[in-house]
Design a protein around this ligand. Structure first.
Ligand SMILES: C[S@@+](CC[C@H](N)C(=O)[O-])C[C@H]1O[C@@H](n2cnc3c(N)ncnc32)[C@H](O)[C@@H]1O
Length: 278
């Protein structure tokens, strides 16, 4: 029997509201095709005969497993190693030397939408390279990676990547230095890098107070999916989670202009980093 993928306008609108309330993601007016293509595979997985029924189950608070799978399916997890390069160059050339002095070496970094781990592990590799280039450096970096997607967090914890993922942004030199062969033809991030990072579930719409304070936050390529109002709330919460003069990296095409005045924008050529106002 062919799966029924019809969804009427009222159901689509209910689903849109659900997604925005649960994770901040705003779907445009003409995204019905996107919803259908991302949710259709879940019909077979949860043995639901129609998309309409899947949406109704998703709206019910008791369907926790379906809700979590739907959120996983609707998030965009596109990422790569050392994305845009400049944040990692800035860590090495400006932020690590500065924080190594003021923080007596202990630097806490939060990768707030870590996807499959490329961003947090790129930060860890940058710290390892910095220490190797500066023998005796007291730098001691710990990275917390968080994401709303449980599937992505499992990927981060496993730290295993296939050839396709490894080819995106990673030099052969870094691959040889920081990865080892794993089963199934994959490569795994080496233990010395893995132990610098921890991962946990966090919805950016929730409160961050339990996470403690950070010296640097990476929140890259996720605010674009949210409304201005939600962006403003998140940027304000980040300012509270940063130590005095702490730094925030947004995505290369993201800006906080007109949304927050908690930060000074530092133009670093190339790239921009925001510093919490003191
Ligand atoms: C496009 S990826 C960006 C990954 C990485 N920061 C980068 O720039 O390469 C966006 C990530 O944000 C996560 N995400 C979406 N909504 C979220 C929310 N409300 N709270 C936490 N993470 C969220 C998605 O699961 C996805 O892994």
């Amino acid at each position: 029997m062919a799966a029924n993928k019809r969804l009427d306008e009222a159901e689509y609108n209910q689903f849109r509201d659900f997604l925005e309330q649960q994770c901040g993601i705003v779907l445009g007016d003409n995204k019905l095709y996107l919803v259908k293509s991302r949710l259709a595979p879940l019909m077979a997985r949860f043995d639901v005969p129609s998309l309409s029924e899947l949406v109704q189950k998703t709206l019910s608070p008791s369907s926790r497993q379906i809700r979590s799978a739907v959120i996983d399916a609707m998030t965009t997890n596109e990422t790569l190693w050392f994305r845009d390069n400049y944040p990692y160059d800035l860590l090495k050339n400006k932020l690590f030397p500065e924080l190594e002095e003021t923080k007596r070496g202990n630097v806490k970094i939060w990768s707030a939408a870590s996807s499959s781990g490329q961003e947090p592990y790129s930060i860890c590799m940058t710290a390892a390279e910095y220490k190797a280039s500066k023998p005796g450096s007291p730098l001691n970096v710990s990275v917390l990676g968080t994401d709303i997607s449980n599937a992505m967090l499992d990927h981060c914890k496993g730290a295993e990547y296939d050839g396709l993922a490894l080819a995106r942004g990673l030099s052969t030199e870094r691959r040889d230095k920081f990865f080892e062969d794993s089963e199934n033809g994959m490569m795994r991030v080496k233990r010395e890098i893995r132990t610098m990072a921890n991962f946990r579930h966090m919805n950016l719409l929730d409160s961050y107070t339990l996470l403690g304070k950070f010296d640097i936050i990476f929140c890259r390529n996720v605010l674009i999916y949210f409304s201005q109002e939600v962006k403003a709330q998140i940027l304000s919460q980040f300012a509270q989670s940063l130590n005095p003069n702490g730094y925030l990296f947004l995505g290369a095409s993201e800006s906080m202009s007109g949304i927050s005045d908690d930060y000074n924008m530092l133009r670093c050529n190339p790239g921009i980093v925001y510093q919490k106002k003191s």
